[in-house]
Design a protein around this ligand. Structure first.
Ligand code: MGD
Ligand code: MGD
Ligand code: SF4
Ligand code: MO
Length: 903
């Protein structure tokens, strides 16, 4: 194969940027933004720019099917037939003995629509169970429920062009600068162009998004409902509502108005912990703007009041008629690249295909007829949503689970429960592109999936736009596309459960799966009867609805004020504010917030293999307000134990004025491949929203205390294959008081560990894995009495690796200085042995890379700002922030902070 460029879509966030994948001789060599794609017009963010290395790299890939020959035996390589037959035998046997609801499927918003469609058909049409749920339950289900309750159907009414025409933008629980960067670029441009655009950010943290706002409402976690009701209160009493719109197009306002009476700005100010005047200002801006747009994400959805938060925000739009016009409307940002596609195919425990309902017998009949299965095959019993599914597994009620394209042993709340579920299950099948995730450890059968860039299909982005994903390279080893795996298993299972039934899983290519799916949408609100692969090929990505006869999709919905309810009217909902599920108690005084970093993606199975994606946030940290830290005698870099009623984990502390007192924040990404624990979800709660069943991942009551682990290990090794070294180290991580791995450079793996007392046994295992043996090029210093061991490896004049173990502060600092030498890769000055002589007594702090594209670090930026450069001069001097722009918000924040300091 010669050099080619393949048009496709980014596999990370829900912005759904178009990409052009360069490949050569069957290998992906680079990725650039697609100038023709209407989501990004050629732009990419820091994650998108690294796609070739992160998502198309070959380290850690699952290459062959594997299976355990007996329950506790290690898995061994098997052929596809053996693996799929065994899986079908076991599933069929369990269904026969215990009924269809004794098995379950746990899928993902990162599957392609075609894959998703097949798994839904397999669960509901072959097994006859609604036990298919997905990680979208942890992500979008409150938004889905909110839209359905308010408008009668799922899906945002808005489109990306609204970003450019909004006069007031309300960000609620969205850190868009990090999580949807390319859309944030569009907003920044719009504000620069129009000037008079106002941004309001509702977030308990002062994020980079919040720092750019005209008004930041730093509310107490979980109090959004009270805030939105108070804004409504002000709008009503100041006459800023649109009575004509309310009368013509809505229902239920009287009850809402009665309830809003109690939510005065003063009352809400008490609950939310913000000034009443700020609430009034927010309401004024929202109500008086010619076009108000709200952008919301996990800060609303991941809550025990997630649906109520969504509905309270939608109330504001309906009451002011801020919907169905350019620049106006409630815009739920989807997280995963195909969270929307999953909703369209109905691949959840609580819905049927194309926005149909499980409880409706006509809907079940329509779907059964389309699939050509008996009408009573589709179960009227709702399936188990994610958390309930794992609880049922832990109890033994569900006996087998098929996990595809998600890593629940890391991403589910209350990991102790998730692990118990996966241990108790009779059969765990894991279908993943990577072999070494926290969940693959539990797999009885591991099926290697083709990854992004190796398969064909479609995804739908946040603005309902369907784009093609195309194959640019063949999958490695024996990995196969998810759709192939689904069909192969479905046929085998159908042959066992329904012998003689026609084969319903025989598709010549992905376009035929898409055609079958769109057939089910005809006549529904999301009708895409007019869309097929040919149109996507010739006319490019399209928004739904796009019924037959139309040439292009519909940008905005509900423009005529007619909603998808039976009477065409939207519904107001009056739901009172309730505090989060976890009570703050004397023993658990802090509120733990979890969320995203700029350059990592979820469980890091892809981004965690690229050193440059670590540079922005190199190591895990718990962020805490300096006053809270001071009160507990905690300092930057101290190891702390974060414990809830459910579990605990250890990580370094970072004081951070961006946190509100009483709240702490940890990134969700770190897990057992990098840590001695599963990370933040060791502590989170499995309490769910009663309407959407989405868990409250954004709030847990925790205790934070110093972890007394004085024995410290620092190890860093330069090598050709850090991922291979990492896989040798991960088995050791769980067995020590603290451990964290990161990539300090593309060829340097860094490990920090700690324990209460020296652990010679553990150290021996580590030295084994590092292969750091004394010899001509490895010097050693040891002082067994003090439990100190140091080894330094050389390659020619340069350092090649180091290990420092001991308890003294001076040894630690010496280790950090040597680490800096290793990273700098300068020739060593003086005698080799002097590496062990006590150096200057100063602590070195590793610089953090702020701009990934130009590799400009924080130190250089602060230096220039201190010299008096402004933001534009800074960018010009250093080049930072001039390529993808992902660091732009942070540069602005650093410049602003510098200005404040000097003022
Ligand atoms: N870099 C990166 N981008 C991503 C992802 C990724 O892993 N990495 N994942 C994608 C996915 S699947 C998703 S779902 C999205 C998530 O995108 P976002 O929801 O924007 O990201 P989060 O950091 O999870 O949470 C957003 C904010 O909610 C705030 N918050 C916490 N509690 C509350 C509350 O009670 N009220 C309010 N108003 N705010 C609160 C947090 O402080 C946080 O800043 O990101 C997508 N994009
Ligand atoms: N504490 C806390 N927990 C959270 C959240 C939070 O904010 N805080 N957010 C929640 C949210 S919004 C989400 S969306 C979830 C995400 O949580 P997960 O779904 O667990 O996230 P990923 O790590 O993206 O998992 C995707 C898996 O699919 C694999 N994979 C990649 N490509 C393919 C492919 O083409 N085929 C197959 N079969 N496998 C593939 C990857 O290797 C990876 O193991 O986390 C949730 N958990
Ligand atoms: S904004 Fe999202 S879709 Fe676009 S390049 Fe970045 S991660 Fe990919
Ligand atoms: Mo998500």
């Amino acid at each position: 194969m010669a050099k080619t460029e393949t048009r496709s879509t980014c596999c990370y966030c829900g912005v759904g940027c178009g990409v052009l994948i360069a490949s050569e001789n069957g290998r992906i060599t680079g990725v650039r933004g697609d100038p023709a794609h209407p989501a990004n017009y050629g732009r990419l963010c820091s994650k998108g720019l690294q796609l070739a290395a992160s998502a198309a790299g070959d380290s850690g890939r699952a290459l062959y099917p594997e299976m355990r020959p007996a329950r506790d035996a290690p898995r061994r390589r098997v052929g596809w037939d053996e693996a799929l037959d065994a899986a079908a035998d076991r599933f069929a046997d369990i269904v026969r003995r215990h009924g269809p609801d004794a098995v379950a499927f746990y899928a993902s918003g990162q599957l392609l629509t075609e894959d998703y469609y097949l798994f839904n058909k397999l669960a509901k049409g072959v097994v006859g169970t609604n036990n298919i749920d997905t990680n979208s339950r942890l992500c979008m289900s409150s938004a889905v429920t909110g839209y359905k309750m308010a408008f009668g159907a799922d899906g945002p009414p808005t489109c990306y062009e609204d970003l450019e025409s909004a006069g007031c933008v309300l960000f609620a629980g969205s850190n868009m600068a990090y999580a949807h960067p390319v859309l944030f670029r569009r907003l920044e441009d719009a504000r620069r162009t129009w000037g008079d655009v106002r941004w309001i950010v509702v977030d308990p943290r002062r994020t980079d998004t919040a720092a750019m706002a005209d008004l930041h409402l730093q509310i107490q976690p979980g109090t959004d409902v009270a805030l939105f009701h108070a804004m409504l209160h002000h709008l009503i009493w100041e006459g800023l509502i649109d009575a004509g719109y309310i009368a013509a197009h809505t229902d239920g306002f009287a009850a809402l108005k009665r309830m809003a009476r109690d939510y005065t700005p003063a009352a809400a100010a008490d609950i939310c912990g913000v000034a009443a005047d700020d609430i009034v200002t927010a309401a004024e801006w929202f109500g008086r703007s010619p076009a108000s747009l709200s952008l919301y994400c996990m800060g609303l959805n991941q809550s025990s009041q997630g649906t109520a938060k969504n509905l309270a925000l939608i109330n504001l739009h309906l009451a002011t008629g801020q919907i169905g016009r350019p620049g106006a409307g409630p815009f739920s940002l989807t997280g995963q690249p195909n969270a929307m596609g999953g909703r369209e195919v109905g691949g959840m425990a609580t819905m049927l295909a194309a926005h149909r309902d499980i409880a409706d017998p006509d809907h079940r009949r329509e779907v059964a007829a389309h699939w050509d299965v008996p009408a009573d095959r589709l179960s009227p019993r709702p399936g188990l949503p994610a958390v309930a599914m794992f609880e049922a597994l832990a109890r033994g009620d569900v006996k087998a689970v098929w996990i595809v394209c998600t890593n629940p042993a890391h991403s589910m709340p209350d990991l102790a429960l998730a692990r118990q579920a996966l241990t108790r299950a009779e059969l765990v099948v894991v279908q993943d592109a990577f072999a070494d995730t926290d969940t693959t450890a539990f797999a009885d059968i591991l099926l290697p999936a083709a990854s992004w860039g190796e398969k064909e299909g479609t995804v739908t982005n946040s603005e309902r736009r369907i784009s093609r994903v195309r194959m640019a390279a063949p999958p490695p080893g024996e990995a196969m596309a998810d759709s192939w795996i689904a069909c192969q298993f479905a046929r085998r299972l159908a042959a066992r459960l329904h012998p003689g039934e026609a084969d319903h899983f025989d598709y010549p290519d992905a376009s035929r799966i898409f055609d079958e799916h769109r057939g089910l949408t005809i006549g529904r609100d999301l009708d895409i009867g007019g869309l097929d692969y040919r149109l996507l090929e010739t006319a490019g990505p399209q928004q739904w609805p796009l019924p037959a006869g139309r040439r292009e999709g519909q940008a905005r919905r509900y423009v005529d004020g007619r909603f998808a309810t039976a009477d065409g009217k939207a519904r107001f909902h009056a739901i009172a504010y309730q505090p989060p599920a976890d009570k703050i108690l004397a023993r658990y005084p802090f509120r733990l917030i979890t969320g995203r970093l700029r350059d990592q993606w979820h469980g890091m199975s892809r981004t965690g293999r690229v050193a440059s994606l670590f540079a922005h946030s190199p190591e895990p940290e718990l962020r805490m307000h300096p006053e809270d830290a001071g009160r507990q005698n905690l300092r930057d870099g101290d190891l702390v134990r974060v414990a809830s009623k459910r579990g605990q984990w250890v990580l370094p502390l970072k004081t951070d004025g961006e946190m509100a007192p009483g709240c702490v924040f940890a990134a969700m990404h770190w897990n057992r491949r990098f840590l001695n624990s599963g990370g933040s979800n060791e502590a989170t709660t499995s309490a769910v929203d009663g309407l959407s069943f989405q868990p409250e991942l954004k709030h847990a009551a925790v205790r934070v205390e110093k972890a007394e682990l004085p024995w410290r290990v620092l190890a860093a090794l330069r090598g050709d294959d850090p991922p291979a070294l990492q896989s040798r180290l991960t088995p050791l991580l769980g067995d020590v008081g603290y451990a964290a791995i990161s990539l300090a450079a593309s060829d340097i793996l860094l490990l920090r560990a700690a324990d209460a007392a020296p652990r010679p046994d553990w150290l021996a295992g580590l030295l084994d894995a590092l292969a750091l043996w004394p010899g001509p090029d490895v010097l050693e210093y040891r002082d067994d009495g003090r439990g100190v061991l140091k080894r330094v490896a050389w390659r020619g004049e340069r350092l090649a690796g180091l290990l420092f173990a001991g308890g003294a502060q001076a040894d630690r600092e010496a280790g950090e200085r040597l680490l800096q030498c290793l990273l700098d890769d300068e020739p060593w000055q003086g005698a080799r042995l002097s590496v062990f002589s006590p150096g200057p007594a100063r602590a070195v702090k590793r610089d953090r890379v702020v701009c990934q594209c130009t590799q400009v670090g924080e130190a250089a930026i602060l230096d220039k700002l201190a010299q008096g450069l402004d933001l534009a001069e800074l960018k010009q001097a250093l080049g930072c922030g001039t390529v993808c722009g992902s660091c732009g918000p942070e540069l602005a924040r650093l410049a602003q902070a510098c200005l404040l300091r000097s003022a």
